[in-house]
Design a protein around this ligand. Structure first.
Ligand SMILES: Cc1cc2nc3c(=O)[nH]c(=O)nc-3n(C[C@H](O)[C@H](O)[C@H](O)COP(=O)(O)OP(=O)(O)OC[C@H]3O[C@@H](n4cnc5c(N)ncnc54)[C@H](O)[C@@H]3O)c2cc1C
Length: 447
């Protein structure tokens, strides 16, 4: 199997005739998305499936140029970074193309995701990295309550551990019906995300209604086409494992869902009742390894506050981070009030002043001793999206650094797609950092 993944170095023009084109208009979007958001994965593929050395890869950028039924072409380009060392000017990798075979050629667009994920899993395994999993997990809903004005906490549980299994992160569990399922819930990871199956609950509710109606009168039972109508506008949605821990009878977990109006994800979360099950179908770790040392800044909106909160609780870097917290509503800034950094002796206090989107009101932030993180609150009174927000975040950070001279070494953030796209280059420029030290993820897209 591994042999099938060996890469061949080819001239890009020759590949067109050698491989089968996928005539699907979606391919261009997938290529653009991967190139924009997943450069690190492409470099991982080149590292594992080609003979390029780590030193060579340090000096190149990579781009997918096309996706065929048999695999993907990746082109390398000399990095054009002004922060690159002078002796790194090796042009030999400029514009080279590499073909990476899928394990199994795909026959239709719908199979692409599975083959791409397989490549990623293989590459991550060889690189010793945690990777995406396509596992189904079932949690029971225990409770739900607001932890700030618009943040709903789902308290979930996993069934009790079998007595003969070790109490670690991976365990065999038996559910309430006695069936045994293999499961793992990371208790020591920040930003671990699950893809929740919203259709599971819509269908379960429809079936319940169906069976109640069927008991009343068979003629009125919900038919298949009516069931199609109950499908939510989106079939699934990513939410982060805010925190998980072992209890006497299994595993407990929090998932914090930002409610922002009448939307499929929020409606799903708000409608969940104690005793219902929720199902996840994919999970992946967040990219936070670079935060182990150096002065870090975390940049979050409501969707990434749960990741930042867990990062703080598990913080092992000796230097506490600066947290830029952007919320639409001032009342959601209190989300961090109860979050304690692993090493902190007491909780942070901060001035929750507004910074309006036009920057009229200044932000007063106290700097605390070494055990404390500092929060720079930004309250926008509007949905946190677009490039204007990136400019506001960048200038707020700039103002803070003028008053509090700090050398920022690392950035982690997760925001709306257009904000993220605009913010990355601003931060790299301002902080003079490389792409690997500035990780700003897309957590949602504004329609
Ligand atoms: C890895 C990962 C982890 C995530 N973790 C969390 C988490 O722990 N908690 C959490 O709440 N979210 C989290 N998200 C974000 C969440 O998946 C998205 O916000 C998702 O779009 C919400 O779905 P929805 O049905 O509410 O809205 P959608 O169906 O996506 O959109 C409906 C409307 O709401 C707007 N909209 C969507 N999201 C927002 C928003 N945040 N603010 C304002 N308007 C919005 C859209 O522009 C659209 O107009 C995560 C995303 C990723 C990728």
């Amino acid at each position: 199997m591994t042999n099938q993944l060996l890469a061949t170095t080819e001239n890009a023009n020759n590949q067109n005739s050698q491989y089968t084109s996928l005539n699907d208009p979606e391919i261009a979007n997938v290529v653009a998305h991967i190139n924009e958001e997943h450069l690190d994965e492409l470099l991982g593929f080149l590292s594992v499936f080609t003979s390029l050395s780590t030193a060579e890869l340090d000096h190149v950028d990579a781009q997918i140029t096309d996706i065929y039924a048999e695999g993907i072409t990746i082109q390398t380009r000399q990095k054009n970074s002004k922060y690159q060392p002078a002796n790194a000017q090796d042009n030999s990798l400029h514009d080279q193309s590499f073909f990476i075979n899928f394990a199994t050629p795909i026959s239709q667009f719908d199979d692409l995701q599975a083959q791409y994920i397989l490549l990623k899993q293989r590459a991550d395994k060889k690189l010793g990295k945690k990777t995406i999993k396509l596992t189904k997990q079932v949690f029971d809903v225990q409770n739900s309550y607001n932890v700030s004005k618009n943040m709903l906490r789902l308290e979930l549980s996993m069934p009790s551990l079998n007595s003969d299994t070790p109490l670690n992160n991976t365990a065999k569990l038996s559910n309430t019906k006695g069936a045994t399922i293999s499961t793992s819930v990371p208790t020591n990871e920040a930003g671990y995300a699950y893809l929740f199956d919203l259709e599971h609950n819509a269908m379960t509710n429809a079936l319940m209604t169906d069976s109640i109606d069927a008991n009343k009168a068979d003629d009125n039972a919900v038919n298949d086409s009516e069931k199609n109508n109950v499908r939510p506008a989106r079939p699934h949605c990513y939410y982060t494992l805010r925190k998980a821990w072992h209890t006497d009878d299994g595993i407990r977990a929090w998932v914090d869902v930002f409610l922002h109006g009448d939307t499929p994800g929020g409606n799903w979360a708000a409608a969940l009742k104690t005793g219902e099950t929720v199902v996840t179908k994919r999970e992946f770790p967040e990219k936070v390894e670079h935060l182990r040392d150096g002065q870090a800044v975390l940049i979050v909106d409501e969707t990434s506050m749960p990741t930042a909160a867990r990062l703080l609780e598990l913080w092992s870097n000796p230097t506490p981070p600066l947290v830029i917290c952007v919320t639409q509503d001032a009342d959601d800034q209190s989300y961090f009030d109860t979050v304690k950094m692993r090493s902190s002796l007491d909780s942070i206090s901060y001035d929750n002043s507004n910074i309006s989107i036009d920057n009229k009101i200044d932000c007063d932030t106290e700097t605390h001793g070494n055990d404390h993180f500092t929060i720079l609150p930004i309250v926008t009174n509007q949905a946190n999206s677009g490039s204007d927000l990136a400019t506001l975040i960048d200038s707020t950070l700039g103002d803070y650094l003028t008053d509090n001279p700090l050398q920022i070494d690392k950035v982690w953030g997760a925001l709306e797609a257009n904000t993220t796209k605009a913010l990355r280059p601003l931060l790299r420029e301002r902080l003079e950092l490389s792409r690997t030290d500035v990780v700003v993820k897309v957590y949602w897209r504004h329609d």
